[in-house]
Design a protein around this ligand. Structure first.
Ligand code: F0G
Length: 399
């Protein structure tokens, strides 16, 4: 069953619908799962389909690249420095290098179920990279709309290479999303942005995996970057479903981090407003979250409120510093948007909003190679030397 999150109107799962016909609000899929003991998930392959009873599509027909089951790394050094217990969920280890694969696996499975033959999305990069790959695997045609000149190189390469028809539009992500949504409403394609509630059904498995990885315990807090606000909503849905199933008792404080000039949700939370004010010209070096009018803002604001969480902003400099801090202290390479979660964590600890000793999970959403230009610009150039041990000896002696 698909349900409007505002007025409660219900729609059949087979209906192609993105917003409520009655009130215009956004939708979610209701998962009715009963009597599934939690040991059902043991000894299954480590991917999102491990939780197939909770995924509202036919798992036998799944389009999958073995997504999910990503590394869950304890970060002793950073944790110690910040005075907390820290784990990082490394979503860059998914097949196309971001968490979007979880959503695209379920989304393209749904597309096949529905019998559509062309899928599409707007994207700041990762969604298009993922959809292009999953559409190829599913044998679906694919069109993606990107903000021209504002997509990191690795993501653009993936979208092009897997065979999507790639459009660079004159405008930002919010403009691209508006345009592709119009095409979807006109019946030209099946939309696989996170306004499609089946996408989020795949992404909620991040929440499942975190509590499962912790031995059926909730962390005190989950910190993650927020752009279009689908992921924070999806993870909260996953957590509450597992709580309602009786697998865990407590729930984490959902903590969203945005770049300071692309921060409609963090601004609303800070000003104690229930509704966001869109940001007209969002800017940040973390192009993945360069978004001014997040489509899932109502869900995200609810997740933050219900979970007693919060939202914070970070500057581009803080993002770049956190990216390097994580790479050089823990060996985990992430793209700038993902590092926003670490930057936000650090800031909230410094502000005293996060207590000493808290159990925190940071979700790092995309791989460092997604944005190779940033990685290179933030690093020292290779030293040019002759192939002579003496020339190198001098340098490594002083390391
Ligand atoms: N981190 C990365 C690496 C992302 O690519 C995105 C979103 C986010 C965080 C934010 O997640 O939108 O669910 O709040 N990228 C989208 C895209 C918008 O088109 O790839 P969100």
């Amino acid at each position: 069953m698909i349900r409007c999150i505002s007025c409660g109107e219900e729609y059949e799962d087979e209906k192609i619908i993105y917003t409520c016909e009655k009130c215009g609000s956004i939708l979610e899929v209701e998962t009715n799962v009963e009597n599934v003991p939690r040991d059902t998930f043991e000894n299954r392959r480590q991917n999102i389909w491990k939780y197939k009873e909770f995924l509202p599509v036919n798992a036998d027909n799944r389009i999958s690249l073995d997504e999910g089951g990503t590394p869950f790394c304890k970060c002793e050094k950073i944790g110690k420095q910040l005075g907390i217990d820290l784990y990082v969920k490394v979503e860059g280890s998914n097949p196309t290098g971001s968490f979007k694969d979880r959503g695209m696996s379920v989304g393209t499975t749904k597309a096949i179920d529905l019998g559509v033959n062309i899928v599409g999305c707007a994207s700041t990069g990762n969604t298009s990279a993922s959809l292009s790959a999953y559409a190829a695997r599913a044998g679906l045609k694919c069109a993606v709309l990107l903000p021209s000149g504002k997509v990191a190189l690795g993501k653009l390469a993936q979208a092009m290479f897997h065979g999507a028809k790639v459009f660079g539009i004159d405008g930002n992500f919010d403009d691209a999303l508006k345009t592709i949504t119009q095409l979807a409403l006109d019946g030209e394609l099946y939309l696989l942005n996170s306004i499609n509630p089946f996408r989020l059904e795949g992404q909620k498995t991040i929440g499942y995996e975190i509590v499962h990885d912790l031995g059926w315990q909730s962390p005190d807090r989950i910190v993650l970057p927020v752009g279009n606000a689908g992921n924070i909503s999806a993870i909260w849905k996953g957590i509450t479903e597992f709580r309602d199933a009786g697998y865990i008792k407590d729930t984490p404080m959902m903590t969203g981090i945005q770049a300071v000039n692309s921060a409609p949700i963090a601004n609303a939370v800070k000003n104690s407003e229930d509704v966001i004010t869109p940001v007209e010209n969002p800017e940040t070096i973390a192009t993945a979250i360069r978004i001014g009018a997040p489509v899932s803002s109502i869900k995200a604001m609810r997740a933050i409120k219900e979970s007693n969480g919060t939202a914070e902003t970070v500057t581009d400099d803080e993002i770049l510093a956190a990216q390097q801090y994580l790479a050089r202290n823990e060996g985990i390479g992430v793209e700038p948007a993902s590092a926003a979660s670490i930057a936000g964590l650090k800031k909230l600890v410094e502000l005293g909003e996060i207590d000493k000793g808290e159990h925190v999970v940071c979700v790092v959403t995309g791989h460092v190679l997604k944005d190779p230009n940033i990685a290179i610009e933030s690093s020292e150039d290779p030293i040019k030397v002759s192939a002579d041990p003496d020339a190198i000896r001098k340098v490594i002696k002083n390391l």
